[in-house]
Design a protein around this ligand. Structure first.
Ligand code: SAH
Length: 340
């Protein structure tokens, strides 16, 4: 049976029309699911009895399950079990502008980035739309917190699960759904060029972040195997076109790895690489993973790297390390739980 959280607003409207109902039923049902957050069809008070019976026949409301959580004052990490027993995770972060949730998009990841805890897990499968939507719903229910921002930076490569991720964005952004503003949603990609091009044409107002992590092909090939398929020249052309089309500023994420990508010369190279783009660079303190081969850059070198970029008039920030003490880096809770 189809899970109702898998249905986009459009699909639900089409469904109601197909069974001879008015399409505004989709507005009503969306409000029950995403605003009043009911757990059964029978709670949908403005839907007539016969229609509730029909909905119960046609749809499941089944949810994924929270099986573990860890909390610090600024971060909460949740582990979920899916109906096929796979496990995924999401991290809730307290920011000065509200609460953001870092959502996973796949079980495992196929991209194999060397610094990332998800790499060794490999990709098991894509998440369905309902499995992404429910990460938000269940964490809001468990924490009592209203999630205002969503980042697709958990386990997985969102653009390797493009259609389900786009439907997820439509649902959480829908005015009858969770109403999370498009500008409060950020997709992070390792740089799948054809999907960036497709995304540029999609007219979604959501933010795009690109995990860059290296200023030249040699280093990026080493850290991120995807670079061999879509090297920096192609990535930059695609991002320039994206900017032309959307006029939306791109974020580059750059994890600082001691003596790997954090020398002054890398900063100068980075400036040269991005200077023609309207972008900003987010320097990220490396969170050491269980089997990680890297060390974090020390604060002094991070400051020096930052200053070189800043002096070149490129917007640059250093990401706060909110979740380091609860293993919040990508994939770490799941890896830890499987090892226990
Ligand atoms: N596949 C997508 C989304 C995964 S999240 C992508 O590549 O963008 C990727 C982000 O997770 C990185 O840009 C970084 O911000 C964060 N990240 C992953 N591993 C990390 C680590 N060991 N330490 C700190 N941040 C990490």
């Amino acid at each position: 049976m189809t899970n109702i959280y898998n249905y986009s607003f459009q699909e639900l409207s089409d469904y109601f029309v197909a069974i001879g109902e008015k399409s505004f039923r989709a507005q009503q049902v969306f409000r029950w699911l995403y605003q009043k957050k009911v757990n059964s069809f029978s709670e949908m008070a403005n839907i007539k009895k016969e229609l509730l019976v029909k909905l119960e026949e046609d749809f499941a409301l089944k949810k994924i399950k929270i099986i573990d959580q860890k909390k610090t004052p600024n971060a909460q990490k949740y582990l979920f079990s899916l109906s096929d027993e796979h496990k995924i995770e999401a991290v809730l972060l307290k920011q000065n502008y509200g609460y953001s949730l870092c959502v996973s998009t796949q079980v495992g990841c196929a991209m194999g980035c060397l610094f990332c805890a998800s790499g060794p897990m490999q990709k098991k499968r894509n998440l369905m739309t309902y499995e992404m939507v429910q990460q938000i719903l269940l964490i809001e229910e468990a924490s009592g917190i209203n999630i205002t921002h969503v980042v697709l930076m958990g386990v997985g490569e969102p653009f390797d699960n493009y259609d389900n991720v786009m439907k997820f964005i439509d649902t959480i952004n829908n005015p009858y759904g969770m109403q999370i503003g498009a500008r409060h949603i950020t997709i992070s990609t390792c740089g799948l060029v054809p999907k960036i091009n497709q995304f540029a044409q999609s007219d979604k107002q959501v933010n795009l972040a690109v995990s860059l992590n290296a200023p030249n092909n040699e280093l990026r090939d080493f850290l991120m195997p995807i670079n061999k398929k879509y090297p920096l020249e192609e990535l930059m052309i695609s991002l320039k076109n994206y900017y032309q089309k959307t006029k939306r500023r791109i974020t580059f994420e750059y994890i600082m790895l001691a003596d790997v990508n954090d020398h002054d010369k890398h900063a100068y190279e980075l400036v040269k690489l991005v200077k023609d783009l309207n972008c900003y660079i987010n320097l990220i303190p490396y969170n050491k993973t269980e089997h990680g081969q890297f060390q974090a850059t020390n604060l002094e070198q991070m400051k020096q790297f930052y200053d070189i970029i800043k002096k070149s008039k490129i917007n640059v920030t250093v990401r706060k390390e909110l979740g380091a003490d609860i293993w919040a880096a990508c994939g770490q809770l799941r890896v830890q739980s499987e090892e226990e």
